[in-house]
Design a protein around this ligand. Sequence first.
Ligand code: AGP
Length: 608
Amino acid sequence: MCGIVGYVGRKDIDSVLLVGLERLEYRGYDSAGIASILDGELLVRKRRGKLRVLDESLRLNPLGGTIGIGHTRWATHGDPNEQNAHPHVDCNCAIAVVHNGIIENYAEVRSRLQKEGHVFSSETDTEVLPHLIEKHFNGDLRQAVVSALKEVEGAYAIAVIAESSPDTIVVARHGSPLVIALGKGENFIASDVPAILPHTKNVIYLKDGQVASLTRDSVRIWSPDGQEVSPEVKRIEWEADLLDKAGYDYYMLKEIHEQPAIMESVLSRRLSPSGDVNFENIGLTKQEFVNLGRIIIQACGTSWHAGLIGKLLFEELLRLHTEADISSEFRYRNPVAGGDTLIMAISQSGETADTLESIRIAKSKFLKVLSICNVMGSSIARESDGVIYIHAGPEIGVASTKAFTAQLLAMALLTLYLGGIKWTINDELRKEMIEELRAIPQKMRTILARADEIEALAEKYASVQNSLFLGRGYNYPVALEGALKLKEISYIHATGYPAGEFKHGPIALVDKDTPTVAVAPQGPVYRKMVSNICEVRARKGKVLAVATEGDDEIKGCADDVIYVPPCCDRFSPLLTVIPLQLFAYYVAVKRGCDVDKPRNLAKSVTVE
Ligand code: AGP
């Protein structure tokens, strides 16, 4: 949820930490703060609101120093104000802590510490940490952190600095992600790779329960049982320039326009000229796939919508019983799952707490886990038996776009791969599917070239307060996705429904001020969609349809139509979602919303 960074080296701390926080601001933007040690004294500066407020304050009056930690906040406990902003300090303002996660037993620990005389100045769960470290400090900062963490329950990634150890940063993680990045004469820590990419590509992913201490020339790591371990250094594939906006106003628009190129690079990486599909680390043997009888997909938000489409693909083409479950429900239901069941986790960030915990539950039941992730080396990827990386590149915009289509492509390719192993897809169908997939990038470009048309339609609908989205079959999840995109960045109340379900209640919401977006490409359910559109129009509802080029009939029953090139039904979501991404984007811009950092949201939900 929150983003934490840390640096020890020779560079000026203010700029290094601010650049790192800027690249993590998609994780939370309620407040920001940094702490450093200068001439043996701990200095702290924090501000309410977006990072630019703290940036302005530091430009006027820098903190200084060459060791420090920083934080950008997504509020969980205590209002988004300066008092609750991180870093938090102990009674003597000699120890500073930044934290990503939730300390669940903080209230009990806090009252115990208050009885022992500790004075608290915030409403946060985090503030118990510097006071616990203060309580346990006996000359060794790392040891004090280890003892302090023994008293807390919950999820955390923390970084700690103290006047007593002016050249050391101590970090620890349990549940929340933390990478250590290795430089020459300098070292970094961060919640996520984008923060350190401008400096180095050599990283260590800290494991759960590990503690590390960093100086400018050394990184030492201890396992949960206190043994010192030699770290596994990984090299990051992403280029730093992927992290800038490339001239677009917002990351979301850049990422929408990146989709054709991503499709092309993934198809050339995974699909051989002869049509063989290759996955480098799929984690199950061919025999295990032959014996596979069931798949339970579990994911959240946009990734769950992709999972709903995966379910249809796997059932239609692999004849595999498949469920697509929301992770926060999956983890608390006791699913009936035998040895022939595969748990598939879909997550762009690879750090979503509910999805991560769900795969741990699955593994505790000895079920195999295959995950579909974007972020390399993320917790979900590392803790799964196999992982399919979607190679969409860094996704910075909080509203997921390119990751969605890349997740769909990954599942389409997995269907081809398993169809070959399970003999459920004959050569003719296989050939047809591969041709359809190879044509997708160009068809996406055709739609993106109509962005102006979609912008004009957004202008027309930008002032509505409520809207409805309808779809059937493969495009019902697209209706859900279109509604999610619109509500999360424009704050218009938007809801997606399976069109056939509409008459069973939701149609009561239809009126002249509540437009309906109908996803109605040519295909086996087209006629039904047309009937649903007419039912809405009969009740004076405005209809914006997404339809297939050449479909003149739909012009007669919809107020507005956005056309997409023809495509087979099962892969049509790769095209029909694009106009909905652009529509939501332009409506949000017209309403003056901060598209990349929508209110109340964060890119990666690392708490329950
Ligand atoms: C989508 O636009 C949202 N950012 C959100 O619903 C997201 O899809 C969800 O939090 C899941 O994230 P993940 O794919 O990183 O697990």
